[in-house]
Design a protein around this ligand. Structure first.
Ligand code: GLN
Length: 542
């Protein structure tokens, strides 16, 4: 039977609870523990797939095609696991399941209530996730902060779990935030005391309190929190903001987080092998010269939208011994007239995924600028579609070339709805989602990047390259270097007469890890590094 770690948040959200969870997972994995990880989100959407990036940031896609919370990306990158749909559940998913069961008559005429029916469903979700991989330990993160109305059934369910599986098999970790008062120059513990009091009022006494802060936490505050919140001093874990999220596992290891959890749950005392993290931190410290990458999208004011893209670029830069100098360009503010100034200094350009017409012409102008100026270019999903549209506009000498997503009656629909999408009416979970095999064509940049003749990649799209244009565009110099295994769909396209201009219909960013940069990102950054004019590197700001 699995042991359980439940992680709640206090004071404010967005303090890095997901990275804390991912890092604890990394520490346990290093100790040889078979760890599963799960995020429970109290909002009512069934999944984040239909939510705007402004609401939710990135939608992370798992191998099995679930549209999930972006924290799952952190878990995969830190723990080195491929998660599945059961690693993320929302109130919407839990309630739909309970209501479906009620409609099927499974409750035999009973009155359906939050306790026990909804809480039972939450507990079932938790237990099934642990059982599926036969985990030694399941870490379950509860989204939001303690005190949220919609979070209450989740807090109640994890309270009940203590009785169900035994107190000795459960650890509660509460992640809080210590605000800093500029006027007195001190960190304050009162909000932490309040959020722990709130948690206790719902029947949960935390075993460990992780205190996020933007400044180092003085020792006396550790004592104070220990006293007021009734935890041992060593269970008050300071976690000040660090330069890179990839330092967090070692920071937590050094303050004894691994030992604390191991002792609490009766796991191996040995610290295990953290050399992967030591190596990454060492490389981060030694990567002084930047490689400048422009990311052109329409949600650039909200960097979380492109979280996995940013991380994948960092991983690849690190592989080449560079630090990533990423600058964000708003596609609505870019056009043919100002592309040169907006993109000046970029050694490489990325156009990431997206939906809807807003900002599309700016992305097309970006692809044109990259092609005409031989700047390495990586197009991801929508970015690949944009690259194809731009190339086809040149070949057909026409501006009436587009995706039918943006212009349904366009003369040259080089990107068109996938045939199986035509009958789709429901929005949630109905795109082409998840992992599919792709055959790589020898002699292409994609083949060279992967060093293999096939791969599997994760997808999230409704539109696709229109095969009616394969011959015309390939004879004009657009090479189709990745094709779905059934031969039906173009998965990767590249511009032949260019140093490195590759677009893929899938999202390679989801598979990239700090210790395994994705091959396409690695090759793209490699081309960008080569494109840095000699002598320029040392002049760039660090
Ligand atoms: N909007 C495009 C499609 O549905 C691209 C999707 C994406 O970039 N994820 O095909």
């Amino acid at each position: 039977m699995a042991k359980h770690i439940f992680v709640t948040g206090g004071v404010v959200s967005s303090v890095g609870k997901g990275i804390t969870v991912a890092s604890i997972g990394a520490l346990l994995k290093a100790r040889g523990v078979n760890v599963a990880v799960q995020k429970l989100d109290p909002y009512l959407n069934v999944d984040p797939g239909t939510m705007s990036p402004y609401q939710h940031g990135e939608v992370f896609v798992t191998e099995d095609g679930a549209e999930t919370d972006l924290d799952l990306g952190h878990y995969e990158r830190f723990i080195g696991v491929d998660l599945t749909a059961d690693a993320n559940a929302t109130s919407g998913k839990v309630y739909s399941s309970v209501i479906n069961k009620e409609r099927e008559g499974q409750f035999l005429g009973g009155t359906i209530q939050v306790v026990p029916h909804v809480t039972d469903e939450i507990k079932r979700t938790i237990l099934e996730c642990a059982a599926r991989i036969n985990a030694d330990v399941l870490i379950t993160e509860i989204g939001g902060t303690v005190g949220d109305i919609e979070g209450q059934p989740f807090i109640e369910a994890i309270r009940q779990m203590r009785k169900d599986v035994g107190r000795e098999n459960v650890t509660y970790i509460h992640v809080t935030y210590l605000p800093h008062l500029a006027s007195t120059g001190e960190l304050k513990t009162k909000p932490t005391q309040h959020s722990v009091r709130e948690l206790r009022s719902m029947g949960i006494q935390p075993d460990i309190i992780v205190c996020r802060s933007d400044f180092d936490m003085p020792d006396e505050l550790r004592d104070k929190i220990a006293l007021f919140c009734d935890v041992p001093r060593e269970a008050v874990i300071p976690l000040p903001t660090v330069d890179s999220i990839y330092e967090v596992p070692l920071v937590l290891a050094d303050v004894g987080m691994g030992e604390l959890v191991a002792a609490r749950l009766g796991l191996s005392e040995a610290r295990g092998d953290l050399s992967v993290w030591e190596n990454i931190v060492e490389r981060l410290r030694n990567a002084h010269e930047p490689v400048s990458i422009a990311l052109v999208g329409k949600y650039v004011e909200l960097e979380d939208t492109y979280l996995s893209v940013r991380e994948a670029l960092k991983h690849a830069a690190l592989l080449h011994g560079k630090s990533l100098d990423l600058f964000w360009v708003h596609s609505e503010q870019l056009d043919a007239g100002n592309a040169a100034s907006q993109l000046s200094g970029a050694h490489g350009i990325v156009v990431p995924g997206g939906f809807g017409i807003r900002g599309i012409e700016g992305m097309i102008a970006t692809a044109r600028y990259a092609r005409e100026n031989s700047i390495p270019f990586l197009g991801l999903c929508l970015g690949m579609q944009v690259m194809v549209i731009e190339f086809a506009r040149k070949v057909f000498q026409s501006d009436s070339v587009n995706s039918t997503e943006f212009e349904p009656d366009v003369e040259y629909p080089v990107i068109d709805l996938l045939p199986e999408q035509r009958a789709v009416e429901q929005m949630g979970g109905t795109m082409r989602l998840g992992s599919y095999p792709c055959t790589l064509v020898p002699g292409t940049r994609a083949f060279e990047a992967y060093g293999a003749d096939a791969t599997r990649e994760r997808h999230r799209h409704r539109y696709e390259f229109n095969n009616d244009y394969r011959d015309a565009l390939s004879s004009a110099g657009l090479q189709f270097s990745g094709i779905s295994q059934d031969g039906r769909l173009v998965e990767i396209a590249e511009v032949q007469d260019h140093p490195w201009m590759v677009g893929c219909q899938f999202h390679p960013e989801f598979r990239s890890r700090p210790d395994w940069p994705h091959p396409l990102f690695a090759a793209f950054i490699g081309a960008a590094v080569e494109a840095v004019p000699p002598g320029e590197q040392s002049q760039l700001p660090l």
